[in-house]
Ligand binder design. Structure first.
Ligand SMILES: [Zn+2]
Length: 218
């Protein structure tokens, strides 16, 4: 189950999209829809409808894509500020608040299968509705723990993805299984002998020869 705030973190992380982290980038409105559907911000029926509308109104779709990019950059900087326990820049808060205002207006509490849940009033034609759940998640996240949410940036080299630290001691360093496992296997590498190391490295990264060939091409 998605926890409050994860959707917002996932959205900001699309800025640092890297294949090895299986992160998806967002380079157009249609990619925003694909992402929104993948993270259940919109249903497949909604995504299909919005996709058709976007094709009819490419200018409006491009404007929403622009808004999404600005929002993502602003949230990125707000996260950095929150992490270092500083006040976010006023311009960044303004950018988030402007989008948030548009997302909160149609927000409604509706009865769901397991109690009340978040629903959206009417406007199925609003192209920016794919961002509404993200903004709702952003508000929940940034207000959690009295405005000091445990937003962290992964410590793995070349990763830098954000995550919400929900560990008991609040000292998690790595984003997800991929980076956490990589760090674990490196610790193992330094503790064990050469034969075991080669075996482990083959297992983690593929055969050594293959790695050399790939490195040469760069
Ligand atoms: Zn990571």
């Amino acid at each position: 189950m998605e926890l409050a705030g994860d959707l917002c973190v996932a959205f900001v992380n699309t800025a640092g999209a890297r294949k090895k982290n299986r992160q998806q980038g967002i380079e157009s409105y249609s990619e925003l829809l694909v992402w929104g559907q993948a993270v259940s911000a919109v249903s497949s029926a909604e995504a299909a409808r919005l996709g058709r509308l976007a094709a009819e109104h490419p200018g409006r779709a491009a404007a929403v894509w622009g808004q999404a990019g600005a929002l993502r950059s602003a949230l990125f900087r707000v996260f950095l500020a929150v992490m270092s326990e500083e006040q976010p820049a006023a311009g960044d808060l303004d950018a988030v608040n402007e989008s948030m205002g548009r997302a909160l207006e149609p927000a409604r509490l509706v009865p769901g299968e397991q109690g009340l849940q978040l629903g959206w009033l009417g406007d199925g034609d609003a192209l920016d509705r794919v961002l509404w759940p993200v903004l709702h998640a952003a508000m929940q996240l940034l207000l959690s723990l009295e405005g000091r949410p445990q937003v962290r940036q992964c410590a793995a080299e070349g990763c830098r993805l954000f995550f919400v630290d929900r560990s008991a001691n609040a000292r998690r360093k790595w984003c997800e299984r991929i980076c956490a496992n990589r760090a674990k296997s490196l610790r193992f590498y330094y503790r064990t002998g050469r034969a075991a190391r080669m075996k482990t490295m083959d297992f983690v990264h593929g055969p050594y020869r293959q790695r050399r060939r790939t490195n040469k091409r760069r």
